[in-house]
Design a protein around this ligand. Structure first.
Ligand code: SF4
Length: 342
C-alpha cells in the first residue's frame, strides 16, 4: 500500500457453497482506489462485481459466501480482521453506498425526513435500543441540526422542492428522485470512500445521465474516492480516472481510462468495447458465449472458451496480470512472450 492508496484489495478469493457444490465467484482479485479517485470496475453481469462490493462493505451473506483468502485494507486496516462492531463504526463514518435499485434501499413506511434523520443521528452505531432511539429522535436541537443538513444535501443533489421531498414517503417519488435521495444520504456524513453499484442502471437513460452527473459533481467537490461499478463502458469512460475490467471473478485488464480506450489489449476488453452500441455503422453481435459456470470453470484462462485467440497454453495455465506500460496491466498470453513461445 502506498501513501495515496485509500482502499486496497489483495488476493481476494470468495467461494459460495450451495447444494450444487462450491462456486469460486471471486478468484484472487486485487485492486486499489487512491485518494480522490473515481475508479471503475466494469464487466458483464455475473462476473463478481457486486459480490466484491458487498465484501468491502461487510454485507456479504456468510454463509453461503465464504472469504477463502485475501485482505481488504482501508487506511492500512484490514477490514476482514475486524469485529462486526469495529467494522460498523468504520462503515458508518467513512463509507457511502449508492445501490442499483433505489426503491429497495429506502424503507417504504418511513418518510425521507425520518430516514435522513436516522442516517445522521445513528450512523456508525450498533445495538440502539428503543429508549435511546426515542431520546435522540425527540431531542429538538439534534432534530433541527439533522433536518438542516438533510435540506442542504437534498439541494446539493438538485432536488426541486426539498421541503416537500423530506415529508414524502419513497413511493411518492420517482426513481430518479429516490436515487438522488440515496446519494444525498450517502454523502450526508462526509464519507471518505463510496461504492456506487450501477446507480443509474434501473433508471431511464436521460435520468441515469443526470444521476451520474450529480454524483460526479458531488464526489469531485468533496474529494471522495469512489469505486464505481458498471457494465456500461460508456459511463465508465465519462466518469472514471482508472478502470479495472473484471471477468469471471478476476481482473483481466487495468489502465487509466484514456489509455484503456485508446489502446485496449485484452480480448475481453476489446469485445466489451465492440458491444457498445453505435449510432452509425454495423450493429455489433457482442461477445460470443456467456460467463462460465462457476461450479466447474474452465482451466487456465477463464475467458478461453470465448476468446478468438486461444492458444494451447491458455487452456492450461492462468495468465497473471503483467504491466505492459505505466499503469497498464493485462492478464493475457498474447502479451507474454515467454508463454507464447511454448
Ligand atoms: Fe485469449 Fe489466451 Fe489471452 Fe485468455 S490468455 S484472453 S484465451 S489469448
Amino acid at each position: 500500500m502506498n501513501n495515496s492508496d485509500l482502499l486496497t484489495i489483495k488476493d481476494l478469493t470468495i467461494d459460495f457453497s450451495t447444494y450444487d457444490g462450491t462456486a469460486r465467484v471471486v478468484d484472487d482479485l486485487s485492486l486499489c482506489v487512491n485518494r480522490g479517485e473515481i475508479v471503475g470496475l466494469v464487466g458483464e453481469s455475473g462476473c463478481g462485481k457486486t459480490v466484491t462490493a458487498k465484501t468491502v462493505l461487510g454485507i456479504l451473506p456468510r454463509p453461503p459466501g465464504k472469504i477463502v483468502n485475501g485482505q481488504i485494507l482501508f487506511k492500512d486496516q484490514d477490514l476482514l480482521t475486524l469485529k462486526e462492531k469495529e467494522l460498523q463504526v468504520i462503515r458508518g463514518k467513512e463509507f457511502g453506498f449508492v445501490p442499483q435499485d433505489p426503491m429497495t434501499f429506502l424503507n417504504p413506511v418511513f418518510t425521507i425526513a425520518t430516514q435522513m434523520f436516522d442516517t445522521h443521528a445513528f450512523r456508525g452505531s450498533l445495538d440502539i435500543d428503543l429508549l435511546q432511539y426515542l431520546r435522540v429522535s425527540r431531542d429538538k436541537n439534534r432534530r433541527t441540526e439533522a433536518m438542516q443538513r438533510a435540506l442542504e444535501m437534498l439541494q446539493k443533489v438538485n432536488i426541486p422542492d426539498p421541503d416537500r421531498v423530506l415529508q414524502a414517503y419513497p413511493v411518492e417519488l420517482s426513481g430518479g428522485m429516490r436515487q438522488r435521495v440515496l446519494i444525498a444520504m450517502a454523502l450526508m456524513e462526509k464519507p471518505s470512500f463510496m461504492i456506487a453499484d450501477e446507480p443509474a442502471t434501473a433508471l431511464d437513460v436521460s435520468v441515469g445521465e443526470q444521476i451520474n452527473e450529480v454524483l460526479e459533481t458531488r464526489v469531485r467537490e468533496e474529494g471522495i474516492s469512489v469505486l464505481y461499478i458498471t457494465h456500461d463502458l460508456g459511463v465508465a469512460r465519462r466518469l472514471c480516472d482508472r478502470i479495472y475490467v473484471m471477468y469471471a471473478g478476476d481482473i483481466v485488464e487495468t489502465a487509466p481510462t484514456r489509455k484503456l480506450f485508446e489502446e485496449p489489449k485484452h480480448p475481453y476488453t476489446l469485445g466489451l468495447l465492440k458491444s457498445v452500441p453505435k449510432i452509425y455503422g454495423e450493429i455489433s453481435r457482442g461477445i460470443e458465449g456467456a460467463i462460465p459456470d462457476y461450479y466447474n470453470p474452465p482451466q487456465g484462462c477463464r475467458f478461453h472458451p470465448r476468446c478468438p485467440h486461444t492458444m494451447a497454453v491458455c487452456k492450461q495455465e492462468r495468465p497473471a496480470l503483467a504491466e505492459i506500460a505505466t499503469g497498464h496491466q493485462v492478464a493475457c498470453y498474447l502479451y507474454s512472450q515467454e508463454k507464447r513461445a511454448k
